[in-house]
Write a new protein. Structure first.
Length: 256
C-alpha cells in the first residue's frame, strides 16, 4: 500500500479550501506503534493557492483496521483509516510553524514537533522560532484523538527550534525526550535534550535538561534522540573532540 498526500486530500479529512498537495512534504517524518501510524507533513498550507497560510505544517494519524499483514501490494487502502489530522486553524501568526517536521507515537500518545512556532498571546513563553512539542492523546476506544497540551523548555529562547521527540512508555509512565540541537547555553548550537514525564499522557512536567559533558559550539547535541526505559541515547553529529565534525553519541542512564 502507498499513502501519499493525494490520498489524504481525497479522504475528506483535508480542509475543503486546501488547493495544494505539492510541496507538502507528506512523509517528512513517520513513526509507528502497534496499529497506529503518524505521518508528518511540515510544509502543509491552509487555504487556496492565491490566499494561503504558509507552511503551517501538520500530521496525520492512520490506524490499521484489520490484520491482513504488511505489504505494499497486498493491502488495499480500505485496510487503513484516518483517525486524526493534526493541524492549526488558519491564522498568519502560525505561518512557518512547520508542525510535523518530526513526529513520534507511543501507547496512545502522539508527539508532534512545531519547530518554527513563534507562540502567540496565549503562549506566555513564546519566542520567535522557539518551537515546541504538541501532545495528542487517543481515547480508550481507539477511535479519536484529542489535543492535550503544548510542551516548551523552561528556558526557551528564540531560534531554539525545539523539536525532535522520542516517546517511551515503561512501568506505567511516559517519558518524552526532546532534542534541541540549536540550544545555545553551552555555546552557539551546542545543543541540549529536555526530558518530560507523565503518568497519564495528558499532564506533563519537565524533569531535566541534559547537555553534553563537554559543550562546544556547533556540536548539535540532540540532533537525534532515543529513549527506552531508563536509557537515553543522544547524537551530537558536530562533536569535534577528536577531529572536526567527527560526531559522537552520548548514553545516559536514569537514576531514582
Amino acid at each position: 500500500m502507498k499513502i501519499d498526500s493525494t490520498i489524504y486530500a481525497a479522504s475528506g479529512e483535508a480542509p475543503a479550501d486546501s488547493a495544494r498537495t505539492d510541496f507538502v512534504y507528506f512523509g517528512q517524518d513517520v513513526a509507528i506503534d502497534g496499529e497506529d501510524v503518524i505521518i508528518g507533513m511540515q510544509n502543509y498550507d491552509l487555504g487556496t493557492v492565491s490566499s494561503q497560510t504558509v507552511d503551517i505544517g501538520g500530521a496525520v494519524i492512520f490506524r490499521r483496521i484489520d490484520n491482513s499483514g504488511w505489504s505494499t501490494s497486498g493491502e488495499g487502502q480500505d485496510d487503513w483509516t484516518i483517525r486524526k489530522k493534526i493541524i492549526f486553524s488558519a491564522g498568519s501568526d502560525k505561518d512557518y510553524a512547520r508542525v510535523g517536521d518530526y513526529v513520534d507515537i507511543c501507547n496512545g500518545v502522539a508527539a508532534v514537533s512545531m519547530n518554527g512556532w513563534d507562540g502567540s498571546a496565549a503562549t506566555p513563553d513564546a519566542a520567535s522560532n522557539g518551537g515546541g512539542i504538541w501532545i495528542w492523546t487517543r481515547d480508550s476506544n481507539n477511535t479519536s484523538w484529542t489535543s492535550a497540551t503544548g510542551l516548551y523548555p523552561s528556558d526557551l529562547q528564540a531560534d531554539d527550534r525545539v523539536g525532535r521527540p522520542d516517546l517511551d512508555y515503561s512501568n506505567g509512565s511516559y517519558t518524552l525526550a526532546v532534542g534541541v540541537p540549536n540550544e545555545d547555553t553551552g555555546g552557539t548550537s551546542a545543543g541540549a535534550v529536555y526530558i518530560f514525564t507523565s503518568t497519564n499522557g495528558t499532564t506533563w512536567s519537565q524533569q531535566q535538561k541534559i547537555q553534553a559533558s563537554s559543550t562546544d559550539a556547533s556540536d548539535y547535541f540532540g540532533t537525534s534522540v532515543s529513549v527506552s526505559g531508563n536509557s537515553l541515547v543522544v547524537g551530537a553529529h558536530g562533536d569535534d573532540d577528536t577531529v572536526t565534525n567527527a560526531g559522537a553519541i552520548y548514553i545516559f542512564e536514569r537514576s531514582g
